[in-house]
Design a protein around this ligand. Structure first.
Ligand SMILES: *Cc1c(COP(=O)(O)O)cnc(C)c1O
Length: 370
């Protein structure tokens, strides 16, 4: 048996007993008539979560990275210009994806720990009127920064290009309104603020995005992520033609997690993330710990904290894991060894988690001073 942990890192987050129980239901065929109506429910729940009416709203059968790849391979063709905002690890991955599509990324870099600056994006879009898409990360999990997705999507609309939005860590945790904000293509993941197990990537594409997919000159290089094929199985009113075997039991879990989310209420979930963040922030301040990000741009669900001078970063994390079964995250890339990342995502976002984390952290730091 693997140990039971308390997950307060950058994902996965704690999966509730109800969701785990849903996963233990008997596996049925992915084309069973009963499963087909269950799929409709999953799509409806996802639309309610993204706040969209988009017909093409479905879970990709792979984690968040596949949602990213799905957006890039379907919307971009060789030679297409794409403006990509980089303010952490995941913006860098977008550039990798664009290159592999043969697209031409115009990468704009922002200091890690700061949000994407809409003015700089606007200048780039003005200078490159043939830009096909603007891609950015709403909630940058590597640094704990929230960028203004509404303002950035509005710029994409103003300059007549598609927006591609990474909402892996934002969906369910902070305000996100796909239709109201005019977002064209968006992807998320199940194991962050939705608190389902990893392995699925909810995506949503509006009519403008699907128009581009339909009028491509060449098929996307990925057969598995080709939306024209995927919608034959997942699409609203689709014939449910076999494409690949859907991960049936993981979908049971997603259905249960989304049902829990909506029984709480989406806006109540955003409010819970905000209030537990405030509690954690106050406690960290009492411990003398500092945030990486200015208060205004912080993500409640991902708290990037500076490791104090003279404290063994990895030692503290090991202490939490070994003594308290509590997982927090390390820094990535240039922030490795310098920060901790404390997640308050979905089921891991409770007052109890905050209290436990604060007391364990105080003890862990005390035990790891040089
Ligand atoms: C976690 C994450 C991803 C990648 O998701 P995986 O499920 O790990 O593939 C992409 N973008 C952001 C912002 C993330 O936090």
């Amino acid at each position: 048996m693997l140990p039971q942990r308390i997950l307060m890192g950058p994902g996965p987050s704690d999966v509730s007993p109800e969701v785990l129980q849903a996963m233990a239901q008997p596996c049925i065929g992915h084309l069973d008539p009963e499963f087909v109506s269950f799929m409709d429910e999953v799509n409806t729940l996802l639309r309610k979560t993204f706040l969209t009416e988009n017909a093409v709203t479905l879970p990709i059968s792979a984690p968040g990275s596949a949602g990213m790849e799905c957006a890039f391979v379907n919307l971009l063709e060789a030679g297409d210009k794409v403006v990509i905002a980089i303010n952490g690890v995941f913006g860098m991955r977008m550039v990798e994806n664009a290159k592999r599509c043969g697209a031409v990324p115009i990468a704009l870099e922002f200091e890690w720990g700061t949000p994407v600056d809409p003015d700089k994006i606007e200048s780039a879009l003005k200078e490159n009127p043939d830009t096909v898409a603007l891609a950015f990360v709403h909630a940058e999990t590597s640094t704990g920064v929230r960028s203004d997705a509404q303002a950035l999507a509005a710029l994409a609309n103003k300059y007549n290009c598609l927006s591609i939005v990474d909402a892996v860590t934002s969906l369910g945790g902070i305000e996100l309104r796909v239709d109201d904000w005019g977002i064209d293509a968006i992807y998320s993941g199940t194991q962050k603020c939705l608190s389902a197990p990893p392995g699925l990537s909810p995506v949503s594409f509006n009519a403008a995005a699907m128009h581009r997919v339909k009028k491509r000159k060449h098929d996307p290089q990925s057969w598995f992520l080709d939306l024209n094929l995927l919608t034959g199985y997942w699409g609203a009113g689709a014939k449910r033609a076999y494409h690949h075997t859907a991960p049936v039991n993981t979908l049971y879990a997603l259905h249960a997690a989304l049902t829990q989310l909506h029984s709480e209420g989406l806006e109540n979930s955003w409010a819970r993330h905000a209030s537990n963040y405030a509690k954690l922030r106050d406690g960290l301040q009492q411990l003398g710990l500092e945030y990486v990000v200015d208060e205004e741009y912080r993500l409640p669900e991902l708290n990037a904290i500076k490791v104090p001078e003279g404290v063994n970063e990895a030692g503290v994390r090991s202490h939490l894991l070994e003594q308290h079964n509590l997982e927090i995250g390390a820094g990535l890339g240039p922030m490795a060894g310098k920060i901790w990342r404390i997640g308050l995502m979905g089921s891991s976002c409770t007052e109890r988690h905050v209290d436990l984390c604060l007391s364990a952290l105080a003890e862990g730091i005390e035990n790891n001073k040089s």
